[in-house]
Design a protein around this ligand. Sequence first.
Ligand SMILES: Cc1ncc(C[n+]2csc(CCOP(=O)(O)OP(=O)(O)O)c2C)c(N)n1
Ligand code: SF4
Length: 260
Amino acid sequence: MSLNLSTKAKKTWCPGCTNFAILAAFQKAVTEMIEGGEVEKHNIATISGIGCGSKITDYLNMNTFTSLHGRELPTMTGVKAANPDLMVFGFTGDGSTYDEGVAHLVHAARRNSDINLFVHDNQLFALTTGQATPTSPKGFKGRSTPSGSIEEPMNPLLTVLSLGATFVARTDALDIENTKKIMQEAARHKGFSFVDIVQPCVTLFDTREDYKDKLYQLDGSHPTDDLAAAMKKVQERGDKIPLGVFYKVKGPTFEEQLLQ
Ligand SMILES: Cc1ncc(C[n+]2csc(CCOP(=O)(O)OP(=O)(O)O)c2C)c(N)n1
Ligand code: SF4
């Protein structure tokens, strides 16, 4: 019987929402891993919180848990610690992860729990109709910043690198094939895998045109085991924005040490 990873729940995303692409990439990623014998479906756990992107767990026919806004990471850490056999994936928004839940991001990065975090980074709080988040660009006009945001955006990749994250990547939601591959690489990495997904919000902040000529894939010349090189590369955010795996190193996981 063929694998059905979709539920019958009605999808309430806007027409053309890039969350559809992220859902497709994840379903392809895990379908291949299940069919290839890397993981059994009952050993996958997907965790989300509250937000447009977090609705993804409603549409996944597998073990899912909807936690609180900004509290996805401690839920994921708890699930993995209680049952290390599970492959744990989290789907969160930039508001949830870099604002309300940022303290949890700090500790997840330094703890190196073997969990995989996918941040749907549309640079605003979308479900609540468009307030600025820590990744909104300076000058962003939204409901909470009608005259334009006066704050410099944070660089989440640089933040997690500085805290000891062992897998740091960025991908483009609209590139389903490469997002699928990054999700699989994250899943195979033993330790905290952090993936920031560049995600235009077609209704409230449509950045598709802006990103079109800026996004480019890292080539093989980028060394993924060099922290200084990774920190330098993730700071490239002007006319060109690199995508791919910036950093990947081995380190003892939280669960390995916990079980000793
Ligand atoms: C602790 C807490 N603060 C605020 C909210 C209200 N809230 C629910 S969804 C949401 C916006 C979500 O934005 P984001 O995490 O960026 O995800 P997106 O909707 O953009 O995918 C907010 C502010 C909440 N539910 N709980
Ligand atoms: S508001 Fe944006 S992120 Fe939310 S469903 Fe609509 S297009 Fe998608």
